[in-house]
Design a protein. Structure first.
Length: 263
């Protein structure tokens, strides 16, 4: 029973470690490639995994997606961005300060209009207004081809965008990636020490058996010697009997001579 529990535990730990390593590899590749690109766009073998934060593109079309999805957009190389051409209906990812916090965010919306100057007006399929208002009241400025960092062609993974976004944060990376790896290494170190101790004990027992077998002893004495060795290894020494536990001994008193009646 104990062996089965240990076996199941080892399998569970191995599966968890494989998942953690996959997540770690994904996060590291995205982090390093985003630095190489220079504009922070993640690049996982030519795909930009983008976490969907709103329902602005919610719909039933082939290029629609929901909040919480992970969309895999095709990265546009920085060398090709200026000369790239897009058409109405293309769903593109560009960077704009969507929430006004001074930092650019990834926005993936559809091109609804191409302006005469070659810039693009975009809009979320589930939004009522354009991202860029031609009359001057703008949410985002009109985007240029150079602003587009990726193009969405329909590849997505439903529902795991929030999780991927979380593990890319400092807190998520520590709790989901680093902490399990630390626990795994500690668990592995304990197993290595225990296996080394077990191997050393087994090797010592083999040497003791060999020495006893070669000794000039009877079979009964050899068996007794092995039993004593095992008891010593396991610390199973017979406890000494305390006075309270010692069997009571009845001391026989000398019989007193009986007086005989005088006749």
């Amino acid at each position: 029973m104990k062996k089965n529990v240990v076996k199941i535990l080892n399998i569970v730990v191995t599966v968890l470690i494989v998942l953690v390593l996959i997540a770690s590899a994904f996060v590291l590749v995205c982090t390093f490639t985003s630095r190489e690109e220079g504009d922070g766009v993640p690049n996982f073998f030519g795909k930009a995994p983008i976490n969907v934060l709103t329902d602005s593109m919610k719909g039933d079309g082939e290029l629609n997606f929901d909040k919480g999805d992970l969309i895999l957009c095709e990265v546009v190389s920085p060398d090709n961005r200026v000369d790239a051409k897009y058409s109405e209906g293309d769903v593109v990812t560009f960077q704009q300060d969507a929430d006004g916090d001074g930092y650019n965010d990834y926005v993936t919306h559809r091109i609804y209009k191409i302006n005469k100057d070659g810039t693009y007006q975009t809009k979320g399929d589930n939004n009522d207004t354009y991202d860029q208002d031609p009359k001057g009241t703008t949410v985002f400025s009109n985007i240029q081809a150079a602003d587009v960092v990726a193009v969405y062609k329909g590849s997505k993974i439903d529902g795991i965008g929030n999780f991927i976004g979380y593990i890319r944060s400092q807190e998520g990376f520590f709790l989901v990636v680093l902490l399990p790896m630390i626990i795994f290494f500690l668990y592995t170190a304990v197993r290595v020490v225990m296996n080394a101790m077990a191997y050393s004990k087994e090797k010592g027992f083999a040497k003791a058996q060999e020495a006893i077998a070669n000794a000039d002893l009877t079979d009964e004495q050899k068996q007794k010697a092995i039993a004593e060795y095992l008891a010593a290894q396991q610390g199973e020494q017979e406890p000494e009997q305390s006075p309270a536990e010692a069997p009571e001994t009845i001391e026989k008193q000398p019989e007193e001579p009986t007086e005989s009646e005088d006749a």
